[in-house]
Design a protein around this ligand. Structure first.
Ligand code: GDP
Length: 325
């Protein structure tokens, strides 16, 4: 539901599409932690506010809220296994959503629009670490082609709107995000929330904790609360259509097996951890460089993975009944 704290005439109205998901709720918590600002109003849109694939619906939301700034998070997203099942659906839904939101941001003279991509849209066959300049240098991994190509088009559109109309549109490219309010769906969800849910059930039912694949793939994870702070910084301090990777350092890359052991530790799970090698591993690695971010924000402190996993496990256990799963 759109939440709009009434203020007189705020100078800035920030509308967040997909505002109640993992990143949107983290941004909301971060903005609230900064305290009230009479010059700013934040609107966090939810899926029930309208289907952004339809231009008339998106236009109606812009007419209603008149945003000066847009954080565009709404997307069809899913883990490896969901992506493999419906590539056409991932492509179409995201292309339609991005087309309506960016065109309305243009039509309504939005001062800044920041969209959210993902490092999983980078080329599969590449050299590492990957950086922002390499986005289109080869096909993405076959497992998520629909999603990846649709998201790559946002980077292109940001440049084209800038070149043709001078619009101030850009994007961030985070690595795997996790945290409170994630989608803890097991079948089609992402790995950390999936593992947290599976470990919770394994502990409760005294069964094995089953990890899909052999646990060797490497990933960089970013905690949603860190992502929220960085997103806020990009919104007000970064003005260039070229995207910025939001990632922990390359030395903080971890294997899925180690992440599973951290989840088990945080959950106080003492049963067996087993690897189901009949399930896909997906991409082996997609190591991203955060050199650009470090140049812009050298002192940013990322929450240690152990602390962030503990906070997410604690949130899931405390909110089991209401968690999306
Ligand atoms: P990706 O980073 O885009 O590939 O997406 P995911 O967040 O789905 O991570 C997938 C990696 O975690 C693959 O190596 C999977 O084999 C592994 N994995 C292990 N257990 C799970 C699980 O329960 N759910 C998911 N989604 N992936 C798992």
């Amino acid at each position: 539901m759109a939440s709009a704290a009434p203020t007189a005439t705020p100078q800035r109205v920030v509308m967040v599409t997909g505002g109640t998901g993992l990143v949107g709720s983290a941004i909301k918590a971060y903005v609230e932690s900064l305290g009230p600002n009479p010059n700013e109003r934040w609107i966090f849109l939810d899926a029930v506010d309208g289907d952004l694939r339809q231009m008339s619906v998106t236009r109606g939301l812009f007419e209603r809220h008149h945003p000066t700034h847009v954080i565009h998070l709404a997307a069809r997203v899913g883990g490896l296994f969901d992506n493999m099942r419906d590539k056409v659906g991932f492509w179409r839904d995201n292309i339609m959503i991005n087309d309506t939101v960016l065109q309305c941001a243009h039509d309504f003279h939005v001062q800044k629009c920041v969209s959210c991509l993902s490092t999983c849209v980078f080329p599969d066959k590449t050299t590492y670490p990957i950086d922002e300049t390499m986005l289109h240098n080869g096909p993405p991994h076959f497992s998520n082609e629909g999603y990846a190509y649709s998201k790559r088009m946002v980077e292109m559109l940001n440049r084209l709107y800038h070149e043709q109309f001078g619009d101030n549109f850009t994007a961030v490219i985070p690595t795997n995000i996790f945290g409170p309010n994630d989608n803890y769906y097991i079948e089609g969800g992402h790995v950390i929330p999936g593992l947290i849910h599976k470990c919770y059930l394994a502990k409760k039912n005294h069964t094995d904790f089953v990890i899909w694949g052999d646990g060797s793939p490497l990933r960089q994870f970013i905690y949603s609360m860190d992502m929220a702070k960085l997103f806020h910084w990009v919104l007000y301090n970064y003005s260039d259509p070229s995207p910025v990777i939001l990632s922990v350092d390359e030395t903080d890359e971890v294997s899925i097996g180690d992440v599973a052991r951290e989840v088990a530790r945080a959950m106080h799970f003492e049963g067996n951890i087993v690897f189901d090698t009949t399930k896909a591993n997906g991409q082996f690695r997609k190591t991203a460089s955060n050199a650009k971010l470090r140049r812009l924000l050298p002192d940013f402190h990322f929450t240690p993975l152990r602390d962030a996993i503990q906070a997410s496990v604690d949130w899931f256990v405390a909110n089991y009944d209401r968690a999306r799963k």
